[in-house]
Design a protein around this ligand. Structure first.
Ligand SMILES: [Zn+2]
Length: 221
């Protein structure tokens, strides 16, 4: 049985025969607006940076791509997007930030889904993205289950940041506490909107004694 390479870009339909990837070079590098690296005071204490590769084009192609990624079991596409996100971060972050990461033995943690939700969808898209980030950065990737989502939350759409935060309180449980001691945790998700989910996870990890956290996502809404 041979490996079947995709022939057209899942994002725009152009031929990708030359690269064997699922997303063409135009979509990867030129098509979408770059999002900026955020550092400093608008992030909660202990969260050192937030970086998204692309600015979300609401109602557009990026939205459809990330929706498909969430619901249509596209492990390979998630990994490609994660690899690009990790690579773009390394190219955009300044030396000081990369040094802080380096000395604190960074570990990549994809935002976990509640186990019932994951079973329903068949996989966690954040983990697919984290696989790619691990490949691009060589930072350790946390095994599934070291952090879990113990609270099922209703849809967050339309809620303010404070309502979202309240909704998410106690949503995450850290199961392997020693693993994180003194380390820098890079939290990975598909889309960054208000940041409520990643902030709650960062807070739970900071309570367990991590040095700091950063947030990496494919897109920013
Ligand atoms: Zn394309």
């Amino acid at each position: 049985m041979g490996i079947v390479f995709p022939e057209t870009c899942i994002c725009c339909g152009a031929s990708t025969l030359a690269t064997g990837k699922s997303i063409c070079n135009w979509c990867c590098y030129d098509r979408f607006a770059n999002a900026e690296l955020t550092i400093g005071e608008i992030l909660p204490a202990g969260v050192h940076f937030q970086f998204s590769m692309w600015q979300f084009d609401k109602g557009g192609y990026l939205q459809k791509l990330l929706h498909d990624l969430k619901y249509n079991f596209m492990m390979g596409v998630g990994e490609e997007l994660g690899f690009l996100t990790g690579k773009t971060f390394l190219e955009n972050a300044d030396k000081d930030l990369l040094e802080i990461l380096d000395v604190h033995n960074p570990i990549v943690v994809p935002v976990p889904l509640h186990h019932k939700k994951e079973r329903m969808r068949g996989y966690n898209q954040a983990r697919a993205i984290a696989n790619g980030i691990n490949r691009a950065t060589r930072w350790e990737l946390a095994e599934p289950g070291v952090v879990s989502r113990v609270k099922r939350t209703k849809t967050q759409t339309g809620l303010s940041l404070s309502d979202r935060s309240e909704n998410l309180q106690g949503a995450f449980q850290i199961n392997h506490k020693n693993l994180f001691d003194g380390r820098f945790v890079v939290i990975v998700d598909d889309v960054y909107t208000t940041g409520a989910t990643t902030f709650e996870l960062a807070g739970a990890l900071l309570d367990e004694g991590i040095t700091g956290a950063g947030i990496l996502t494919v897109a920013k809404a």
